[in-house]
Ligand binder design. Structure first.
Ligand code: C2E
Ligand code: MG
Ligand code: MG
Ligand code: MG
Length: 287
């Protein structure tokens, strides 16, 4: 270690920082490669309608199964991609894959997460258009999810992009609503089609009457503003029936189904009595 080889105490930190930088560098080069050679895949998580019985949408979630390290969470590689400038290419890959696969599930809306950098790219709307056109997918079959962090800073170009997407018929969802600082005026200013309530409200409702009141209020607020309201993170039958009672438009969570590869989604759609503990992958499918 640093002391034993006679260098000052800071050299320990220096070399470990250097190692971290090198490891990050290596990981980002591997991510670059994964994007280029289809080393990523998508998992799809179903969303039911109010009845809880029909699947009306799926959220596409990026997956990276690293050849040596195994599965790496998007919570790790999405910020890495943001930081190292790979997010636009990664986002284009995700969008292409989702639009291509959407044909396998007619009538189901496919929801794709879009990061702030990607949304702010001057060609973002064109890329969406070109991708829909390339895959001959009607715009109404695509929803994009953004978080409020997209709206930090300049309003005008963001508002314009949002309106253009809406005019095209692509749905725009505000993801993780309530997790940050979004104010009510924010919801009026930006014309979202869909409001996704952050899953923390649901997990809090079990032992907190206040969380229930907030959930009920957000749902009626979203409805009053003409938005489709989606609850994320539904994990129990109690949560599901509470949401059904409030007329929440769509529900998503482990209680309904975990994210799964496309081939498993097909089975799930055919027979909804799927176990919530199914593996996420089906093994042999080339993505
Ligand atoms: P998100 O968009 O809010 O996606 C929902 C996350 O909640 C997913 O995690 C999903 O697996 C998880 N989830 C769903 N139902 C439940 C539940 O009942 N309980 C719990 N505890 N969790 C549930 P995942 O797939 O790990 O993705 C994490 C985040 O990574 C996403 O959060 C999104 O912000 C980001 N992400 C994933 N794929 C993409 C992508 O293609 N592009 C971008 N820009 N971001 C992505
Ligand atoms: Mg999302
Ligand atoms: Mg979310
Ligand atoms: Mg999130």
């Amino acid at each position: 270690d640093a002391k034993a080889n006679g260098r000052g105490r800071w050299s320990f930190f220096d070399s470990s920082m250097q190692e971290q930088v090198l490891a990050k560098d290596k990981l980002s080069r591997e991510l670059r490669k994964a994007i280029d050679v289809d080393g990523l895949s998508l998992a799809y998580q179903p969303q039911t309608d109010t009845s809880g019985k029909t699947i009306v949408a799926v959220e596409a979630l990026a997956r990276w199964n690293h050849p040596e390290l195994g599965p790496i969470s998007p919570v790790t590689f999405i910020p890495l991609a943001e930081e190292t400038g790979l997010i636009n290419d990664l986002g284009i890959w995700v969008l292409n894959q989702a639009c291509k696969n959407a044909h396998r599930w007619p009538d189901i809306v496919v929801s794709v997460n879009v990061s702030p950098t990607q949304f702010k790219h001057p060609r973002f709307v064109e890329t969406i258009l070109e991708t829909l056109d390339h895959h001959k997918l009607p715009p109404s079959r695509l929803e994009i999810e953004v978080t409020e962090s997209v709206f930090a800073g300049q309003d005008k170009p963001i508002l314009n992009a949002l309106k253009r997407l809406k005019d095209l018929g692509v749905k725009v969802a505000l993801d993780d609503f309530g997790a940050g600082y979004s104010s009510l005026s924010f919801l009026r200013k930006f014309p979202f089609d869909t409001l996704k309530i952050d899953r923390n409200f649901l997990s809090a409702m079990d032992d907190d009457q206040g969380a229930k009141a907030i959930l009920a209020t957000i749902i009626s607020l979203g409805k009053a503003l003409g938005m489709t309201v989606v609850a994320e993170g539904v994990e129990t039958a109690e949560q599901m029936s509470f949401l059904t009672g409030l007329g929440c438009h769509r529900m998503q969570g482990f209680y309904i189904a975990r994210p799964m590869e496309g081939c498993l989604l097909e089975e799930f759609l055919a027979d909804m009595s799927f176990s919530a503990n199914m593996p996420e992958t089906c093994g042999s499918e080339a993505q």
